[in-house]
Design a protein around this ligand. Structure first.
Ligand code: DCP
Ligand code: MG
Length: 576
C-alpha cells in the first residue's frame, strides 16, 4: 500500500468520486420507498394526483441520480488512469536504472507483465475501491435502514439471510485468494516464453526447434489456464449460493408480508412488500459487490507487491557526484573483478594498466579471457570488486554516471540497433549532429556506400534490432553511431569481426586520421586488426600477461607469438 502516494496528486478527483456516488446511492435508496407510496396511497387509495406528483418526483430523482452516476465514473476514471500512468512511468524509469544483472534476474517477460497486466489490475482496484466500496457499504447500511423503516417485521429475514451470505462469501473468497498469486506467476511464465521466442525467432527456426518451443509454450499456457479455471471454479460456487439466498429471502418477505396483511396485524401494505423486495435485492447485491472487492484486493495486493519489488530495487550502480567534461587517463589499480553473485570466480585478476589520453591500445585474448568484462568496467556497467579504477586520478565511483558515459562510446560485441530510420539510429550518438557530420561518420565507418545504395538512403527503414541489415552492415552502422558521438574514449569490442580484412584496414586508417586525440581501445581476436596499435595488452584468463608493441611482443611474449603464428599459418595476416 506504499503505492497510495501515487494517488496524492489526484486527491480532488479521488474525493469527488465517493461524494458524487453518495448522491447516486441516496437516490437509489429513495426510489423504492416512493414506489411503495404510489402503490399503497396512490393506486390503492385511488389518488391520481398523488400518483402523478410522486411519479414526477421519481423521474427527477432518477435524472439527478444519473448525473451523479456519470460524474462518479468520470472522476474515478480520471483518478485511476492518471494513477496508473504515473506508476507505469516510475516503474519504467526504474527498469532503465537497473543493471544488466538485475534485469536478468527479473526476466524480461516478468518485467513486461508487471508493467502491463499488474499495473492494470491495480488501476482496476483503485477504480473499484473509489466507486464500489462506498457504494456497496452505503447500499448495505442504507438498504437495511430503509427496509426496517418500511416495516420492522422484515428484520427477521435480514437476521437469517445476512449471516448465511457473509459466511459463504468469506469461505469461498478465502479459498480463492492464494490462487491469484499463482495466476500471476503463470502469466509471467507465458510471457517469458513468448518474449524469448519472438526475439530469438531466427535461432528457433535455424535449429528447427519450433515444435519443442511450441510444446513449451503449450505447457506454460495450459498451466495458466488450469490455474485460471481453478479460480473460476471456486468463485463460481459463490454466484448460485447468493442467488438461492436471495430467492429464499424474497419468498420469505412475501410470506411474512402476506401473513401480516391477511391477519391485519400491522399496517403492512402491498407497496411495502414490493419495496422490501427491492431493498433486500440491493442489500444482498452489495454483499456480492464486496466479495468482488475482496477478490480484487487479493489480486491487486499480489500485483502491488510485484510492482513494489521493481520500485524498491536499489540500482546496483549508483552515480557519483562529480561531473566531468573530459576523460584523459584511465588507470586500473590492482583491479579484481567477479560478477556479482559469483564470488569465487574471478574474471579479472589483480590488473594494473594505465591507458594514456589519445592512446590507441588493443586488448587481445582468447574467448572468455575477460576482455568484455574489462571494458564494461570503464563504462561502469559493473563496479570493480576490489582495487580502484581511476579516471584522471579520480575514483570512477565518485564520477557522475551520465557525464562519464557521455564521454565514452562503446561499440558492443553484440550490436544493438533500434527500429527506425538509418539516421535516427546514427543520431543516437548525437541528436544535434548535422547532415554533413552524419555522412562523414558513415564515411569513416565504411557505411556510406551501402546506406547510399539503400532506396531511401539515410531515411531508409531499419527493422527492430537491425534485422533488415547484414551482420557487417550492422557493425558499421554501430561504428558510425559511436563516431558521431565524438567521445573521448572509443571502445570497439570485437566490432569489426564481420568485416573482411581490407575493409577493416581501410576503416581503421580513416578512423585514426579523423579521431586524433581520442583514446581508442580495440578488442580483437585477429592480430592483423591491431598490429599497428600503440600498445597491445594480452589478457589470458583474467590476467594481463604481456603488454607492448607488436614487435616487442613478438620478442618477449610466448603467448603472443603463439597466437601470431597460429594466425599466420592460416594466411590470415595482411599488412594494414
Ligand atoms: N561471465 C559471467 N557473467 C557474465 C558475463 C561473463 O560469468 N554476465 C564470465 C564468462 C567468462 C568470463 O566471465 O568466463 C569472461 O567473460 P568475457 O565476456 O569478459 O569474455 P571475453 O569478452 O574475453 O570473451 P569473448 O572473446 O568470447 O567475447
Ligand atoms: Mg567479449
Amino acid at each position: 500500500m506504499k503505492l497510495v502516494k501515487y494517488l496524492k496528486p489526484y486527491w480532488f478527483f479521488a474525493v469527488m468520486t465517493p461524494l458524487t456516488m453518495i448522491g447516486e446511492v441516496l437516490i437509489d435508496l429513495i426510489l423504492p420507498t416512493l414506489m411503495s407510496k404510489i402503490v399503497d396511497e396512490g393506486v390503492l387509495g385511488h389518488n391520481f394526483e398523488l400518483i402523478l406528483r410522486t411519479g414526477l418526483m421519481m423521474l427527477g430523482c432518477a435524472v439527478i441520480g444519473g448525473i451523479c452516476g456519470v460524474g462518479s465514473s468520470a472522476f474515478s476514471g480520471a483518478t485511476s488512469h492518471s494513477f496508473s500512468r504515473d506508476l507505469r512511468n516510475d516503474a519504467f524509469s526504474k527498469v532503465m536504472d537497473l543493471s544488466f544483472q538485475q534485469t536478468d534476474k527479473f526476466t524480461t517477460g516478468s518485467l513486461v507483465t508487471r508493467m502491463t497486466t499488474d499495473i492494470n489490475l491495480i488501476q482496476q482496484f483503485v477504480d473499484l475501491v473509489l466507486r464500489i466500496f462506498v457504494r456497496s457499504f452505503m447500499m448495505f447500511a442504507g438498504g437495511i435502514i430503509m427496509m426496517l423503516r418500511l416495516n420492522i417485521d422484515f428484520g427477521i429475514v435480514l437476521v437469517i439471510a445476512l449471516p448465511i451470505e457473509l459466511i459463504a462469501m468469506f469461505i469461498i473468497v478465502g479459498k480463492a485468494s492464494p490462487l491469484f498469486k499463482t495466476l500471476q506467476k503463470k502469466l509471467d511464465k507465458v510471457n517469458s516464453v513468448v518474449q524469448e521466442n519472438v526475439s530469438g525467432a531466427r535461432v528457433v527456426k535455424a535449429y528447427v526447434r519450433e515444435d519443442f518451443e511450441t510444446k513449451r509454450f503449450s505447457k506454460a499456457n495450459d498451466d495458466l489456464t488450469q490455474t485460471a479455471l481453478k479460480v473460476q471454479k471456486t468463485m463460481a460456487i459463490l454466484g448460485p449460493i447468493l442467488t438461492i439466498v436471495l430467492n429464499i429471502s424474497v419468498v420469505a418477505i412475501i410470506f411474512i408480508g402476506g401473513e401480516k396483511i391477511q391477519a391485519q396485524a400491522s399496517d403492512m401494505k402491498i407497496g411495502s412488500i414490493m419495496a422490501a423486495i427491492t431493498y433486500i435485492t440491493q442489500i444482498l447485491h452489495s454483499i456480492t459487490m464486496v466479495s468482488m472487492m475482496f477478490q480484487s484486493i487479493t489480486r491487486a495486493k499480489a500485483s502491488a507487491e510485484r510492482i513494489n519489488e521493481i520500485l524498491e530495487t536499489e540500482p546496483e550502480i549508483i552515480s557519483g557526484k562529480d561531473k566531468i567534461d573530459s576523460i584523459g587517463e584511465i588507470e586500473f589499480e590492482n583491479v579484481d573483478f567477479y560478477y556479482p553473485g559469483f564470488e569465487g570466480k574471478t574474471v579479472i585478476n589483480n590488473l594494473n594498466l594505465k591507458i594514456k589520453k589519445g592512446e590507441n591500445i588493443a586488448i587481445l585474448g582468447s574467448t572468455g579471457s575477460g576482455k568484455t568484462s574489462l571494458i564494461n568496467l570503464i563504462a561502469r556497467f559493473y563496479d570493480v570488486s576490489s582495487g580502484t579504477l581511476k579516471i584522471d586520478g579520480k575514483d570512477i565511483r565518485e564520477i557522475d554516471l551520465n557525464s562519464l558515459r557521455d564521454k565514452i562510446s562503446i561499440v558492443m560485441q553484440k550490436t544493438e540497433l533500434f527500429s527506425g530510420t538509418v539516421s535516427s539510429n546514427l543520431r543516437w550518438g548525437n541528436e544535434e549532429a548535422s547532415e554533413d557530420e552524419m555522412k562523414k561518420a558513415a564515411e569513416i565507418a565504411e557505411a556510406f556506400e551501402f546506406i547510399d545504395n539503400m532506396p531511401d538512403k539515410f531515411e531508409g527503414y531499419v527493422a527492430e534490432k537491425g534485422a533488415s541489415l547484414s551482420g557487417g552492415q550492422k557493425q558499421r552502422m554501430s561504428i558510425a553511431r559511436s563516431i558521431l558521438k565524438k567521445p573521448d574514449v572509443l571502445i570497439f569490442d570485437d566490432s569489426t569481426s564481420a568485416l573482411d580484412l581490407s575493409t577493416e584496414a581501410r576503416l581503421r586508417r580513416k578512423l585514426f586520421e579523423s579521431m586524433k586525440g581520442t583514446t581508442v581501445i580495440t578488442i580483437a581476436q585477429r592480430i592483423a586488426s591491431i598490429k599497428n596499435c600503440d600498445r597491445i595488452a594480452v589478457i589470458d584468463d583474467g590476467n594481463l600477461v604481456a603488454i607492448g608493441t607488436h614487435d616487442e611482443l613478438l620478442e618477449t611474449s610466448e603467448v603472443y607469438r603463439d597466437i601470431y603464428e597460429s594466425q599466420t599459418k592460416k594466411g590470415d595476416v595482411v599488412n594494414a
